[in-house]
Design a protein. Structure first.
Length: 446
């Protein structure tokens, strides 16, 4: 029997700073989310040593993140001999996630390698139905384990289908679309409110509509069967630059992909792999880029300007920098000891805990605003092409009447604010002396 985990998402209600946050959210149509509750990591292997998984869940608890990705290979989720799905093989890991207050998403086929046919609509319908029946919130099986009001809402399949080193024999796009549709139909046959999305797409394969797989499932997005687009983003100072250009932002590519393949539905966005690559630069410089990258991912907006980011899973919270210098975010897993980029991730979770997005302006102003829990937060992307007014000063407006101080944080403000200003009684305040080419977080508090 397991205790119900602590709900990491704040309750909407009257803010100590003024009007009800819920009213503001409903008025502008922005999806509510505490950043920490939708940040997380992967991968958590079903067939691996559960002791390692325990260390990974504890690391997420230290970070303050609330989600994880569980990849499931064919030998685990489906028995070719018995020709039936095997969701029970995930039981122990799913219950461990619940115990630690972490919400998983499932990914069928991380490596996208098959010894035989991918399987059609019928196979994937059976897989989707079986897993959703067992792991959806308030399922009979979870109820039998003493778990209430918790479960898996997101089901994805077939990661990076164009990566040839993973899949030397390309999947026919029509077969890919049939499998994805089968999964969606199977999951939705259990509960229509559950979400199904394709596994992540490699950033480089999405340019100019060249990815045949996302084009093949565009009708499924437009028909309402698929929920969210997963773009993998690995910033690189040479190949995927951030300096002086907004071209590679997740917001820009999300909009571009929808235009290129004809997705007209107002779909959601998420990323299960993102990082600022430590290559040709220091860990400190990578942390500076990572701070900008996190907010780029957290604040993607849809057709009506509403925030549509569902969750963001940096790669890789659990990899040691000694073995993975480009992407590793820790120097030790147990206890979790972060690199500079890992500290940035933990700082974002801590500073925004209990807040909700109330404004997202990635296009133009390069600004995000969050409020709740007695605090108000502004995030400003002070980078050329990321804001229409880069420079040494930022004008904060709408300071709550109850606020007394304004703390300014940079990417390396892990031990406390970079600067603090007294703002008691002021509705607006101009912060000067800012360095261009980086992101700032400003926190108003009592």
């Amino acid at each position: 029997m397991f205790r119900r985990p602590i709900d990491r998402r704040p309750r909407l209600g009257a803010s100590v700073f003024g009007p009800c946050v819920l009213v503001a959210l409903m008025a502008c149509g922005i999806a509510a989310a505490d950043p920490g509750s939708i940040l997380g990591g992967g991968n958590f292997g079903v067939s691996r040593d559960l002791a390692k998984a325990e260390s990974q869940f504890k690391a997420l608890n230290v970070v303050g993140a609330g989600m994880c990705r569980i990849p499931v290979s064919e030998g685990v989720y489906f028995s070719p001999q018995e020709k039936k799905p095997l969701p029970q093989r995930c039981d122990s890991l799913v219950l461990m996630a619940q115990k630690h207050g972490i919400t998983p998403i499932l990914l069928f086929e991380y490596y996208t390698r098959w010894n035989g046919p991918l399987g059609g609509h019928a196979k994937w319908h059976a897989v989707g139905r079986a897993f959703a029946e067992r792991f959806r919130p308030n399922s009979p099986w979870l109820g039998s384990q003493g778990v209430r009001d918790w479960g898996i809402r997101v089901y994805t399949a077939i990661n990076e289908p164009t990566w040839k080193s993973n899949n030397p024999t390309p999947i026919p796009p029509a077969d890919y679309a049939a499998a994805i549709e089968g999964l969606a139909d199977g999951v939705h046959s259990v509960e229509a409110a559950l979400h199904v999305s394709p596994g992540g797409y490699i950033e480089g394969s999405l340019h100019a509509g060249k990815n045949p797989y996302v084009k093949a499932v565009a009708p499924l997005y437009n028909g309402g069967k698929l929920w969210s687009l997963d773009i993998h983003r690995y910033w690189d100072v040479k190949h995927v630059p951030m300096e002086g250009t907004w071209e590679h932002s997740l917001q820009n590519q999300f909009d571009q992909v929808k235009r290129d393949v004809g997705i007209t539905a107002d779909i959601r966005f998420h990323t299960t792999e993102m990082n600022f690559k430590k290559r040709l630069l220091s860990e400190d410089d990578a942390a500076k880029g990572f701070f900008t990258a996190l907010w780029d991912a957290l604040g993607v907006v849809g057709n009506r300007g509403q925030r549509v980011t569902e969750f963001v899973l940096p790669w890789n919270i659990f990899n040691l920098a000694a073995k993975d210098d480009h992407y590793g975010l820790c120097t030790q897993l147990a206890p979790w000891t972060p690199t500079a980029r890992g500290k940035v991730l933990r700082m974002v979770c801590r500073l925004t805990r209990g807040t909700e997005f109330v404004a997202c302006r990635p296009k133009g102003k390069g600004e995000f605003v969050l409020e709740g829990g007695g605090r108000k937060v502004w995030v400003w992307q002070n980078r050329k092409a990321w804001t229409d007014r880069p420079g040494p000063a930022y004008r904060v407006t709408g300071i709550p009447a109850a606020a007394t101080t304004l703390d300014v944080y940079r990417y390396n403000s892990w031990d406390g604010p970079w600067r603090t200003f007294e703002v008691g009684g002021k509705d607006a305040f101009t912060v000067s002396g800012l360095e261009p080419g980086e992101t700032y977080l400003l926190l108003a508090r009592r």
